[in-house]
Design a protein. Structure first.
Length: 313
């Protein structure tokens, strides 16, 4: 869903349905392809970062905004003078559509960006922070993220949505191929791998890991400030700075969405979102892990893979 670069056909017979949220899986599938233009994808692919740049690379809803806030807080000592986090940590694939110059200087060093593409499609030659999350939690969280922005609330069942994402056969990134692509780079000293769950369990320790990786002159006070400003309570209080409104403002019309359709990236701050899924869907996710992820990684579950990564710290 994030790196297809395709130019989709406009929705047929859209006069009656214009400026309304999607009410079916098929309608959502058509509209999400309109979120970013092929030209914006191409600009991201053509971008050549500096060696000092850091790209935060995640599958959607795996802690992207969280790590953007952490890294930006560390490099600036706690700057909050931005309209929305994308303004100071640009999303590579959306930058052209949002009028952001990827080559511009930023508020502080290192320059920071985010991406949702697989490792082999990420701009080469810089450093990367990869963030992983339990698949059921990530996919269920994406459903809640889309409700009220692309999806009419209650119109599409969460299990149908998650199955669409988990078992897509299109050319874009799925959770599985995204995870494996960055797993292959786990020994690369230019890649720091974090887990959403570790951020939740020991935020201060993970902020310190990011600080060391950024290799910037970060004082103890900056780590303390960045940790405080990355708590759920703080980010919820400043929710309007983490709500994707820059993207919505630029792209809602192109997606036939109402101008005021909106979302939030700070919903509950919890793990265990997968509990909203049916046993049948959870079983299918486990089967997909067993058939796609386990043969390459050697780990029978996400929990085992995460534990192995933690031992490498």
């Amino acid at each position: 869903m994030t790196d297809t670069g395709r130019n989709p056909t406009p929705i047929a017979g859209s006069d009656a349905g214009r400026m309304k949220l999607a009410r079916s899986i098929d309608e959502f599938s058509e509209r999400i392809l309109l979120l970013l233009t092929p030209q914006s994808f191409a600009a991201a692919r053509a971008f050549r970062p500096r060696a000092s740049d850091v790209i935060i690379a995640t599958y959607p809803k795996c802690g992207t905004t969280w790590v953007q806030q952490i890294a930006h807080g560390l490099r600036t000592g706690g700057d909050m003078a931005f309209d929305e986090i994308t303004e100071v940590v640009p999303w590579l694939e959306a930058a052209l559509d949002l009028g952001l110059d990827l080559d511009a200087e930023q508020k502080a060093e290192p320059r920071l960006f985010k991406t949702h593409v697989r490792a082999e499609l990420a701009p080469p030659g810089c450093r990367y922070i990869s963030v992983i999350r339990e698949p059921g939690d990530a996919l269920a969280s994406q459903y809640h993220f889309m409700e009220g922005w692309f999806l009419e609330r209650g119109a599409v069942a969460i299990d149908d949505f998650v199955r669409l994402l988990a078992f897509s056969t299109g050319p874009g990134s799925t959770y599985w191929n995204y995870l494996l692509s960055w797993w292959r780079r786990r020994d690369d000293p230019q890649v720091l791998t974090l887990s959403f769950e570790d951020l939740k369990e020991d935020l201060e320790a993970q902020v310190a890991r990011v600080a060391r990786f950024l290799a910037t002159d970060v004082a103890r006070r900056s780590i303390d400030v960045a940790t405080r400003q990355a708590t759920f309570a703080f980010m919820k209080t400043h929710e309007g700075q983490f709500d994707e409104h820059l993207t919505a403002r630029a792209r809602n019309s192109a997606c036939d969405l109402p101008p005021d359709a909106a979302t939030t990236k700070v919903r509950e701050g919890k793990t265990g979102t997968r509990r909203a899924l049916s046993d049948a869907t959870l079983a299918l996710l486990d089967e997909r892990w067993a058939s796609v992820v386990a043969p390459e990684t050697g780990f029978a579950s996400y929990a085992a893979l995460r534990a192995a990564l933690a031992e490498r710290e």
